[in-house]
Ligand binder design. Structure first.
Ligand code: ADP
Length: 480
């Protein structure tokens, strides 16, 4: 199986895609499949201290329309899975993974073509080429055209996974010529061409043999105009081959009993140690620690999707009325950041906002706080709520996408449930969930049950990898 992605943790990451691109190939490899991963050779990978496996220098050259591409090929090791870096300095040394530069289309068209050319170079015939998000959107079309009769790739079927439908890679239709795809113009979606546009994601959805997305609920939601981001009609046409497979969590990385980011590791049986992490976190951030006082918090990209702008006002009500604390980590849109800044200014002794990206702090927050907030307007899968469950940190989430599939509302009468689910992406929804959580917090043994219920849920990748394996099997034999 060939897995192509624009980000793979820990080498390059902006969000959940990177976690999936690291965990799924490893889980499939553990199940005995031959898996290779291909990603861009960003400058940040070396800067982050990730050294390629030493070996003879290797080059890959190919044409993409009028562009002659010369890539240095390097390999990294991901627990025994080979990750091949396509290093084209003029394209991938930009200081960030994604750009607004005019050649963004070329940057990722090169990734897709390089991945297929590498298979030819290796003489390796994957049965499945697993594509992820818009950056890999041209691959299914290329498999059906340029590589249809290629002796190495003729048997390869494509799986296209939507991690987030909102990011579509839409460019001017002139891209078709500039990438040398003019002879295939009729294979691009007419409606978009008429508007002078070419969508990479859209093209992937048209030509993939199978489409998946990262939760069952999101797979249903994206068939509607409300969640379809303008592609719901195409997705309805292809709904016969659209499947929802929930993401898993990488339990080697996100596991409170072994997490090296934590000073105090803990399990379901030693949950009191979580309290020590909480004290360290608060004191480290300059907030006073009080016993029996709940801490709410979040780690998130601060974009409108995540609904973080809905938090400051209801949270202000809670901080006003109680000694509760609030801790946030994230970066993104200035308005969202300033909303969190407003909360901190009003409650300097109770609230902190750390602007930025910090892997260690994200683990410490998950381990330390009492309620994790995810009021997402939409959420294809969401990973943080699953991390929260594993860390005994009940999530407060909106009932949408993967959040709806992973969190069950707490019922104090039956002692069933793992967190707090609210219906509407508005401040009233957040306020209601906070009130529910505070009321549950008041019952100490009930709260312990709530935490343990979440920790008992198996969201490991093994379960999800099995579902992908079944899907690949329906496409033909799986590499082994
Ligand atoms: P998305 O992919 O939409 O950002 P997910 O919940 O699926 O949302 O995954 C987000 C991932 O990115 C998680 O692993 C989360 O911990 C991480 N993350 C997001 N923002 C930050 C940050 N500021 N610092 C550290 N990790 C972050």
């Amino acid at each position: 199986m060939l897995f192509v992605a624009s980000e793979v943790a820990p080498f390059a990451k902006t969000g959940g895609l990177a976690d999936v691109a690291a965990a799924l190939p490893r889980a499939l490899a553990r199940r005995g499949h031959e898996v290779r991963v291909v990603m861009p050779g960003y400058d940040s990978i070396g800067a982050g201290g990730h050294e390629p496996i030493p070996g003879e220098p290797d080059m890959l050259g190919f044409d993409l329309g009028p562009n002659r591409i010369a890539a240095d090929i390097e390999q990294l090791d991901l627990d025994g899975v080979a990750v091949t870096l396509v290093d084209v300095p003029s394209l991938y040394r930009r200081g960030s993974l994604y750009t607004e530069d005019p050649d963004e289309n070329l940057r990722f068209a090169v990734l897709g073509k390089a991945a297929l050319e590498l298979c030819r170079r290796w003489g390796w015939s994957p049965n499945v080429v697993h594509c992820n998000d818009w950056q890999t959107g041209l691959i299914p079309l290329q498999l059906r055209t340029t590589y249809r009769d290629d002796p190495v790739l003729e048997g390869a079927r494509s799986v296209f996974t939507i991690h987030n439908l909102a990011y579509q890679g839409v460019f001017d239709a002139a891209t078709i010529d500039s990438l040398g795809l003019a002879e295939h113009r009729h294979l691009f979606r007419e409606g978009s061409l008429e508007k002078g546009r070419l969508g990479f994601l859209e093209t992937g959805l048209v030509h993939a043999d199978v489409i998946t997305t990262v939760s069952s609920t999101y797979a249903r939601e994206i068939l509607t105009p409300e969640y379809g981001c303008g592609l719901d009609d195409l997705l309805r046409e292809r709904s016969g081959v659209l499947f929802g497979i929930l993401n898993g969590i990488d339990t080697d990385v996100w596991n409170p009993t072994t997490d090296l980011h934590l000073a105090h590791r803990y399990s379901k049986k030693s949950l009191w140690r979580k309290e020590w992490n909480k004290r360290d976190l608060l004191e480290g951030l300059g907030l006073e620690y009080l016993e029996r006082t709940p801490v709410f918090g979040l780690v998130s990209r601060l974009v409108s999707q995540k609904g973080i702008d809905l938090i400051p006002r209801p949270m202000a009500g809670v901080l006003e009325a109680t000694d509760a604390r609030f801790v946030a980590l994230g970066s993104g849109e200035p308005e969202v950041e300033s909303g969190l800044g407003w909360l901190v200014d009003r409650f300097p002794g109770q609230a902190r906002f750390v602007s930025g990206y910090d892997e260690t702090l994200s683990h410490r927050i998950e381990a330390s706080i009492d309620g994790f907030l995810m009021p997402s307007r939409y959420e294809p899968s969401g990973l943080n709520q699953m991390y929260s469950l594993a860390y005994g940190t009940p999530p407060l989430v909106r009932r949408t996408g993967g959040l709806a599939d992973t969190v069950e509302h707490w019922d104090p009468d039956t002692a069933l449930g793992t967190g707090f689910l609210f219906e509407h992406a508005d401040e009233g929804g957040v306020r209601w969930a906070l009130e529910e959580a505070l009321s549950a917090w008041g019952d100490r043994s009930g709260w312990r049950n709530l935490q343990r219920n979440g920790m008992a849920v198996d969201n490991s990748w093994d379960r999800s990898a099995g579902a992908y394996e079944d899907l690949y099997l329906t496409l033909g034999e799986v590499d082994s």
